[in-house]
Design a protein around this ligand. Structure first.
Ligand code: AMP
Ligand code: MG
Length: 326
């Protein structure tokens, strides 16, 4: 069975084709890169509308199949930006109707976790999901994926991207800051804000920008932002792992590509006799393959949706999903 998944919750629209053994047959994407300022939901949606059909063609071409070989269409139903979600849902409905195959809406956060389980050897991980808009610690407990900790304000990627933008660096800022951080010479103090298993980043952004205005170097600030923010994330992940008693930690989301974050979480895992898993980079960022794979899992467990059930949900919560496949 082959599923085609379409992701489009925020800045990235991606299409992936995956089979029932979680072999990634193709995974292609395009990202909006605003020339200035942040992402405007309507502009991002227009971008997605322009590229989604060519991306679908590319995904089936690269998978080496014809569209008629697709048995299931899955799409990101939420959470995310309303206009983006609606654009991608419309494309998915049209495709499923024209192919006369089932359609399933997938929770984006659950998909980050499931693709990690699918492509790495982990079985029952605690997921540290670190992306542009989202920052959550998620684990499976009592039949659902539950959020044990999350950001109380902005996502970690947003912190990095906003800081980068304010100091004149291009979007996305995370990878640029990672390189600059290697050239730092000192650690500057920034507010460490952990409340139980939750974190907050906006105070750190304000403090870092104030230090920049006072003359601190971008390199030192990049390093300090990473050290403090990643230490916070590592702490709350460890607390969640101890609480739920899990011995695997999985990273997901674009910021999971950061080598320093991986190093810190790996060290924490090692210290407690646990193991860390990180999917390949293009399966960490928002991507269609994770949506396709989660759609396959749902379908296999008996999930079906009629068109009325494919309405998008901007605030689709991780623990609303009935996880019948586990
Ligand atoms: P996502 O929202 O999951 O697609 O991921 C996009 C986010 O990941 C953006 O905020 C990027 O700045 C961030 N990101 C990508 N690569 C890195 C990296 N190497 N280090 C830190 N952040 C990164
Ligand atoms: Mg994401």
């Amino acid at each position: 069975m082959l599923a085609l998944g379409i992701e489009g919750t925020a800045h990235t629209v991606g299409v992936g084709v995956v089979d029932e053994t979680c072999r990634i047959r193709s995974n292609v994407y395009e990202m909006v890169r605003p020339k200035s300022g942040g992402i405007h939901p309507r502009e991002a949606a227009n971008h997605h509308a322009e590229v989604v059909v060519p991306l679908i063609s590319r995904a089936v071409d690269e998978a080496g199949v014809d569209l008629s070989a697709i048995d299931l269409v899955a799409f990101s139903q939420g959470p995310g930006l309303g206009p983006c979600l609606r654009t991608v849902a419309t494309a998915a409905r049209a495709l499923a109707l024209s192919l006369d195959v089932p359609i399933l809406g997938v929770n984006h956060c659950v998909a980050h976790l499931e693709i990690g389980r699918g492509v790495t050897k982990c079985e029952d991980p605690t997921l540290l999901y670190v992306s542009g808009g989202n920052t959550q610690v998620i684990a499976f407990a009592r039949g659902r994926y539950r959020v044990f900790g999350e950001t109380l304000d902005i996502g970690i990627g947003n912190l990095l991207d906003k800081f980068a933008r304010e100091v004149g660096l291009p979007f996305p800022g995370g990878p640029v800051l990672e390189q600059l951080a290697r050239k730092a010479s000192k650690l500057l103090p920034l507010p460490y804000s952990v409340k139980g298993m939750d974190v907050a980043f906006s105070g750190m952004l304000t403090a870092a920008l104030a230090q920049r205005r006072a003359g601190a170097s971008v390199e030192d600030l990049a390093h300090s932002l990473q050290e403090v923010a990643f230490a916070m994330l590592t702490e709350v992940t460890e607390r969640a792992m101890a609480y739920v008693g899990k011995e695997e930690v999985l990273l997901g989301g674009g910021v999971a590509r950061n080598a320093r974050l991986q190093e810190m979480v790996a060290r924490m895992a090692e210290d407690r006799g646990a193991r860390m898993f990180v999917p390949a980079g293009d399966l960490c960022i928002d991507n269609g393959a994770m949506i396709a794979w989660t759609g396959l899992l749902m379908h296999r467990s008996g999930a079906r949706m009629d068109l009325a059930e494919t309405l998008v949900d901007q605030r689709f919560r991780t623990d609303e999903v009935r996880v019948a496949w586990r």
